[in-house]
Design a protein around this ligand. Structure first.
Ligand code: PMT
Length: 223
């Protein structure tokens, strides 16, 4: 057929961090700046896709004139995703979602009366796994952020969550990952598919990843 495989496709993406409230003034958060997710959103739009963002807090501004729902916590992000997911063709989870949240946020500001304090955390729902397990899931792309054994853990996540693709990046020490202007990815898909996208600027990397997503989406659609 004519045209780009992603032209007119609806892409739902999660972007940024989540904030899990401890009390009215404090939260558990993470270092996701939104640079990788927003760069990918721009690259997908350049392919002709219609992009909808579900965005947690970020330190960089969102692309202008792109549909966006702002959320704070993982639970809010999950609800916003589930509202939109039934009408999307692709779902891409770039957000760094907190795996745990404080069991019960305290109503008033916690006072510093004790020498130590204990915070009890409970598991958050896994948004990516829930989307991938839908009866008719969209083409679902996960990210994997790992400090070690990158490819091994990424392959496990691809298989355990039955994803269409996973994009794995090294975080912690080194040039890429959270907050950096650069990144590198190892992309994996079912049947032993693998492509390495070397260290480059996040916008350039996003363009290469969007091309790979388009290629795999077209291959899957062709059956
Ligand atoms: O925002 P930047 O500063 O540019 O940094 C980019 C990035 C490092 C945040 C990004 O490239 C990245 O790796 N995003 C995923 C971070 C992450 O939380 O990875 P994870 O391995 O913990 O989670 C695996 C996948 O499950 C991710 O697609 C995540 O969005 C998803 N997930 C995780 C937990 C949860 N409760 N729900 C989810 O949907």
């Amino acid at each position: 057929s004519n045209g780009h495989p992603l032209a007119g496709r609806r892409v739902l993406m999660t972007v940024g961090s989540t904030r899990e409230a401890i009390d009215p003034v404090r939260f558990i958060g993470n270092r996701s700046s939104g640079k990788m997710g927003y760069a990918l959103a721009e690259a997908l739009r350049a392919c002709g896709a219609q992009v909808m963002l579900i965005a947690g807090p970020t330190s960089v501004p969102a692309p202008v004139e792109m549909m966006r729902v702002d959320v704070e916590s993982a639970l809010q992000m999950r609800v916003a995703v589930m509202v939109q997911v039934y009408t999307c063709d692709l779902f891409i989870a770039t957000a760094a979602v907190a795996d745990y949240r404080p069991e019960a946020p305290v109503d008033g500001k916690i006072k510093k009366t004790e020498a130590t304090m204990t915070l009890t955390l409970v598991r958050n729902p896994d948004i990516l796994a829930e989307v991938a397990a839908l009866p008719k899931p969209p083409f679902t792309v996960g990210f994997a952020a790992e400090t070690d054994d990158l490819e091994h853990y990424a392959r496990d996540k691809l298989e355990a969550k039955q994803l269409s693709m996973i994009a794995a990046n090294r975080v912690g020490d080194g040039p890429g990952g959270f907050e950096s202007d650069k990144n590198a990815l190892i992309c994996l898909w079912p049947g032993g598919g693998r492509r390495e996208l070397p260290m480059m600027s996040k916008p350039a990397l996003a363009t290469a990843l969007a091309d790979l997503i388009a290629e795999r989406y077209a291959a899957q659609s062709a059956g």
